[in-house]
Write a protein that binds this ligand. Structure first.
Ligand code: ZN
Length: 81
């Protein structure tokens, strides 16, 4: 297992909180970013746990978060035939 990250993989914020530990101690930890709320388990691949390996298209900055539009509403159900 790699060392605990120091910044959020998605937004590079340094406020990472420990959420949960594996039932068998030392196997994995669940961490969450205090800014963008991204949550991950330390045993996931680097593309989910490491800022440098996180896909560029999904990375966020503080500006991205501030300018984010609200979550789109769920459209009404289509009528059944
Ligand atoms: Zn974040």
């Amino acid at each position: 297992m790699s060392a605990a990250p120091t910044v959020c993989p998605r937004c590079a914020h340094d406020g990472i909180e420990h959420v949960h530990s594996s039932p068998v101690p030392g196997v994995w930890e669940v961490l969450q970013c205090g800014r963008c709320l991204y949550m991950w388990r330390t045993s996931e691949p680097a593309r989910r746990t490491d800022r440098d390996a996180y896909p560029a298209g999904f990375r966020m900055t503080a500006e991205d978060i501030a300018a984010a539009t609200e979550v789109p509403a769920v459209p009404p159900l289509r009528p059944t035939a």
